[in-house]
Design a protein around this ligand. Structure first.
Ligand code: AMP
Length: 389
């Protein structure tokens, strides 16, 4: 998700710039002023409550604002992100915004302030007043709106400065130049966003080969705990020896080992576009670990994918694999294969169910050739990239 707030005095150009931003970045636009004017035109009880305040150029109560913001956000659960115009306008509203973002498991990426001096604002609003039909675009009310801005809204900037997400732009420039500067800031924010994907599926479902190919195609870092553990076995490191023994008994490796290896990998991968996790999280405990790791790296899971293959096909595939050089230490006998499948069913299926309730899991038909399945998995990743934009 990409969430941006446009800040600035009345007449700074927030509305004008919003039009281009919502299209370019596919954002849901929330202008509290527009919503209030609509309520007013419809003469709803909320509109009537706000009428005299708006007409005098004052600020509508935070109580009313929180209601309209919450409603708009909950009415648009599939929005790829929000663009806030004219909100937050008070310190309380800044807290409200933070709370709402937490509720959506996201955050405000940045607040872009369009700097425009008072006389320029008045001049622009008087010009706009000639055609806008807005009762608050006359000099007396404009002066009051600017007074409210200075007294109640400007101090809000400190809130965002403290959080390190305040950016400012000189708003006295051509529309096109201001758009260009906003675009630069947003693109910078986007490049910081990681696309993290968790790939689920039974052993033999093709998670590994799909995961690797996806990582290559989309320039993601592939984190496969199984491969990382195998590397340790190959190195014959002390951890490797421990792992080998656990594998041979068909058991899972301790979380402590896995977490240490993942942490190392996350830290070592420099400039990547995101991560693709395969074989992790395997247990509910590990799913909490992943949440913690994501938070620590100031990121989150963008998409959870499960590749579905009927059990009989899985057994056939694993049995065939055991006869090739791609044979894993855990698929050397039927007993071990069955143990692995059961382990997945007992420990990992509850994780998928948890994620399904929380964020939704995209199910992919894993039958057919590698390329057929890859077309399906790649389409999901492609889509996820569009979603975080
Ligand atoms: P705008 O279209 O953003 O200039 O808003 C027009 C008027 O609506 C303002 O002068 C306020 O009276 C009211 N308003 C809009 N947004 C808010 C807000 N976030 N908090 C309080 N009042 C608001």
């Amino acid at each position: 998700m990409l969430n941006i707030a446009l800040f600035g005095p009345p007449g700074a150009g927030k509305g004008t710039q919003s039009k281009f931003l919502i299209e370019k970045y596919n954002l849901h636009y929330i202008s509290t002023g527009d919503i209030l004017r609509k309520e007013l035109a419809e003469e709803s009880s909320l509109g009537l409550k706000a009428k005299s305040i708006i007409e005098a150029g004052g600020l509508v109560s935070d109580e009313i604002i929180v209601q309209i913001i919450e409603k708009t956000i909950t009415d648009n659960p599939h929005a790829g992100g929000f663009l806030f115009d004219g909100f937050p306008r008070t310190y309380i509203q800044a807290y409200i915004l933070e709370g709402l973002m937490i509720k959506l498991n996201t955050k405000l990426d940045c607040l872009i302030s369009l700097e425009v001096g008072e006389e320029e604002s008045v001049h622009r609003l008087l010009e706009r007043g000639k055609t806008s039909g807005r009762s608050d675009d006359n000099e007396e009310v404009i002066r009051n709106r600017l007074k409210e801005y200075k007294e109640k809204t400007l101090p809000v900037l400190n809130f965002f400065k403290e959080r390190g997400i305040y950016r400012s732009i000189n708003g006295v420039d051509s529309i096109l130049n201001v758009s260009g500067k906003i675009e630069e800031i947003i693109n910078e924010e986007l490049s910081k966003k990681l696309l993290n994907i968790v790939l689920f599926g039974y052993p033999g479902s093709g998670r590994g080969s799909q995961g690797k190919a996806l990582a290559e195609k989309f320039n993601l870092e592939y984190i496969a705990t199984g491969d990382m553990l195998n590397d340790e076995i190959k190195k014959n490191s002390p951890i490797g020896k421990e792992i080998k023994e656990l594998y041979e008994n068909g058991n899972l490796v301790s979380d402590e080992i896995v977490v240490r290896l993942i942490e190392k990998k996350l830290q070592e991968s420099g400039n990547v576009r995101g991560f693709i996790f395969k074989g992790f999280p395997r247990t509910l405990v590990q799913s909490y670990i992943l949440d913690g790791l994501m938070k620590k790296h100031n990121s989150s899971i963008a998409k959870i994918v499960e590749i579905e293959v009927p059990t009989l096909d899985l057994i056939k595939r694993l049995d065939a694999r055991s006869k090739t050089d791609r044979c894993m230490p855990y698929d050397t006998s039927t007993t071990r294969i069955i143990k692995r499948l059961k382990e997945h069913e007992d420990k990992t299926i509850p994780v998928i169910e948890k994620y399904n309730k929380l964020h939704g899991v995209v199910k992919i038909d894993g039958r057919g050739s590698f390329n057929e399945v890859f077309e399906r998995t790649a389409a999901v990743v492609e889509h996820s990239f569009r979603d975080i934009r």
